[in-house]
Design a protein. Structure first.
Lengths: 299, 429
């Protein structure tokens, strides 16, 4: 049984079809990346999973059960894209409030809160009002409320947004710990390198439709091994050779090239050496970044 | 249910623990007292400053008696009205008036009285002053002139003034209310005061607690915390928890006031009694007694009114992004609350008229108007039952509609929705 399943889910706002006939499945214990350009329908989908907005049609199952009861959703932790806290509440009170909303008993959440505050180095500020905290600390508290009740499924909408590298690292570590504990994590992000390093599987949506999904490893394999990284110094006219190059991502003296089907990478190297000095040449798997751009553009 | 309780507790505690709550609990009763007692008190306060008033006495006979008759003094023993006689010929009247008006404006003079030569027949006495809005002062002057002129008339006809006065003295008249139990009850305008007071209390509560509910919704919306909350609790439960929580805050305040009032009356410090003697000049006034029945109806109408209006306020909060944006939408709601207060005097005067009956059955007016009717003259039971039934049905309907607006509205940031959009929310939520 999958931890999360969407079957033919659709949602329109007036004339705008935000999500069209979307189906996906997240196996238990997976780190699942939910990717797509701005306005692709990621947040709408996530809000439907949390039953904050209702789909026009389709079914959403969590642990095999419809998400229409809050008891099912009690086993889910959710970090919305739009962050917000009760500004007048004290840190600890806010954590207690959300733990109780998730159905926890005081004797269960009280020790948990202590552990988490310690882990996030926030024990000293637990009796401060939220509004006295820095933006970063407020975000940390909100992130805490999503993992405090040890949920089976954690849904994070842009978890790294607005965090400094230190806190981003902390969030990443906690995500990995939660996965090790057995939780499944679905998160949306624009940071392809983070997604690439973290994800077991991804789903890429564009204009409300799924364009690609599955295990990251097999997606990369299917995308082919005709990707080349070149570090060069000199002219770059060889990149304009349409017989060899299908597309490329040129940074001036570093370039990622996607070769045409059937082209031998050595042919590109030969062409490049005639015009420039080559300091690096490597045949690689396509990066998620590249897969993202290629797939979205193709669409 | 448990989650609604969690929301309710947060709403309640986060308000009761604030300084605002303590201050509000102390200030509101003082404010209400001030509103009721101060204007009356001011009206009865004698102005201490003696007034310079010129008297143009064209009869030549009134001035001396007037000077004796209207001889009230202030606490320092000075005459309140310093009359100055102006003996002039009838032809100079207009010119003299002109001159006196100038004197009034240059502050030396407070006003002047003109007593025409034909005052004993059907002439009109005239009082001109910078301010003639103190009706007690006007009355004092009128009564004094009236008395002097009447006495002169009687004397001229050859009769004895004292005898005539004895003959025309006023009869005594008292009013007593028949209670529903068929007993008589002294009523010196207190029924009126109670009806007004309770109505005004509900009126203020609807505004205050409604606004608290609305602001609470707007705050969750603007701080964006609402999305985290509604992922754990159904929007409807959130709304209900909020309304119950703020309602509980209101009842807590009532309880505090009730206990304080109880203590005050136990120790004989009857607040109204402190002011009453000055107002009516009487030493012993029975404090208005509010029967338990009326108190029960007050609680019922307060609770129903609160649910009705706080639901409306919650809906408005869900539709807007800021307090300022809410103002426009609040106008119709405020009208619903204000109209019954404006109609109060009429309703109290005619509690069983057809208009009063119809108005008291309108659910938005009922909390104030039906309660006023109950206080003044117990309406037939069926009317109360119908009124309560209409209110309950209206509240349930409103909760259904607003629950749907709320569900969509709390997640809509940005532009305020148009009416067609809101109708769509209600249909599709």
């Amino acid at each position: 049984m999958q931890i999360l399943e969407l079957e033919n889910v659709a949602k329109s706002f007036g004339k705008l079809e935000a999500v069209k006939d979307l189906s996906l499945a997240v196996p238990p214990g997976t780190m699942y990346g939910f990717l797509g350009p701005n306005g692709a329908g990621k947040t709408t989908t996530i809000r439907m999973i949390m039953e904050i907005i209702l789909p026009d049609h389709g079914e959403i199952l969590i642990n095999g059960q419809p998400n229409t009861s809050r008891e099912i959703l009690d086993r889910v932790g959710y970090l919305p894209e739009e962050r917000g806290v009760y500004r007048k509440m004290k840190v600890r009170e806010a954590l207690e409030f959300f733990a109780e909303l998730k159905g926890m008993k005081k004797r269960d959440y009280a020790p948990q809160i202590n552990v988490w505050l310690e882990r996030f180095e926030m024990t000293e500020v637990q009796n401060k009002k939220m509004e006295e905290l820095s933006k970063g600390n407020q975000q940390k508290v909100q992130f805490l409320t999503t993992v405090l009740h040890a949920p089976d499924l954690i849904i994070l909408d842009e978890p790294f947004m607005g965090l400094d590298p230190l806190n981003a690292n902390l969030v990443k570590d906690v995500m990995l710990e939660q996965k090790a504990r057995g939780a499944s994590i679905v998160f949306s992000t624009h940071q392809m390198d983070a997604a690439e390093k973290l994800c077991d599987a991804i789903c890429l949506i564009n204009k409300g439709q799924k364009v690609l999904d599955g295990e990251l490893k097999s997606i990369k394999r299917n995308f082919g091994r005709n990707n080349v990284i070149l570090a060069y110094d000199g002219k770059s006219d060889f990149l304009k050779n349409n017989e060899l190059v299908e597309r490329c991502d040129d940074y001036g003296n570093y370039v990622e090239v996607h070769l045409r089907d059937g082209v031998n990478p050595q042919a590109l190297l030969a062409a490049a050496m005639q015009q420039a000095e080559i300091s690096r040449f490597e045949v690689v798997e396509p990066s998620l970044h590249e897969i993202f751009i290629a797939t979205v553009k193709e669409n | 249910m448990k989650k609604m309780w969690t929301v309710l507790r947060r709403e309640y505690l986060s308000r009761v623990k604030t300084k605002g709550f303590v201050i509000g609990t102390i200030l509101l009763p003082l404010f209400m007292l001030a509103i009721f007692i101060l204007p009356t008190l001011f009206m009865f306060l004698k102005s201490d400053k003696p007034k310079q008033i010129a008297v143009i006495d064209l009869t030549g006979m009134v001035f001396d008696s007037l000077f004796v008759t209207l001889s009230d003094t202030n606490q320092a023993g000075q005459r309140l009205y310093n009359f100055v006689k102006h003996q002039i010929a009838a032809e100079d009247l207009e010119a003299t008036k002109e001159r006196l008006r100038a004197a009034v404006n240059q502050k030396g003079l407070d006003g002047f009285i003109v007593i025409p030569a034909n005052i004993f027949e059907d002439g009109t006495a005239e009082y001109q002053a910078k301010s003639v809005s103190n009706f007690r002062e006007n009355e004092a002057i009128r009564d004094a002139i009236n008395r002097v002129v009447t006495d002169t008339r009687i004397r001229r006809s050859g009769l004895d003034t004292e005898t005539i006065r004895q003959m025309v003295r006023r009869i005594k008249f008292t009013t007593k209310r028949v209670t529903p139990e068929g007993k008589e009850e002294k009523d010196e305008g207190f029924t009126f005061a109670i009806a007004y007071f309770l109505g005004f209390f509900i009126y203020m509560s609807m505004f205050i607690y409604g606004a608290i509910v609305m602001r609470s919704v707007i705050e969750e919306k603007t701080s964006r915390v609402v999305e985290s909350v509604v992922s754990s609790v159904k929007p409807f439960q959130l709304m209900a928890g909020k309304i119950f929580g703020v309602g509980a805050v209101g009842l807590t305040q009532f309880l505090i006031w009730a206990i304080v009032m109880g203590l005050l009356s136990l120790y004989g410090l009857q607040v109204v009694g402190l002011f009453a003697p000055k107002m009516a000049g009487a030493q012993n006034i029975d404090l208005p007694s509010v029967s338990l029945g009326v108190l029960g109806f007050f609680v019922i109408f307060f609770v129903l009114g609160y649910f009705l209006y706080s639901t409306l306020y919650a809906g408005i909060g869900a539709m807007v992004n800021s307090d300022q944006e809410a103002q426009q939408l609040l106008i119709p709601v405020s009208l619903f609350i204000v109209v019954p207060i404006l109609l109060m005097t009429y309703i109290i005067g005619n509690p069983s008229s057809q208009t009063a009956v119809i108005l008291s059955l309108v659910p938005f007016f009922a909390p104030i108007i039906m309660l006023a009717r109950i206080v003044v003259e117990m309406p037939p039971l069926w009317q109360i039952v119908v009124c309560l039934a209409i209110m309950v049905v209206t509240i349930l309907g409103l909760i259904w509609i607003v629950g749907r607006i709320y569900r969509v509205g709390v997640l809509m940031y940005g532009k305020r929705p148009t009416l067609p959009e809101i109708i769509k929310w209600i249909k599709y939520a």
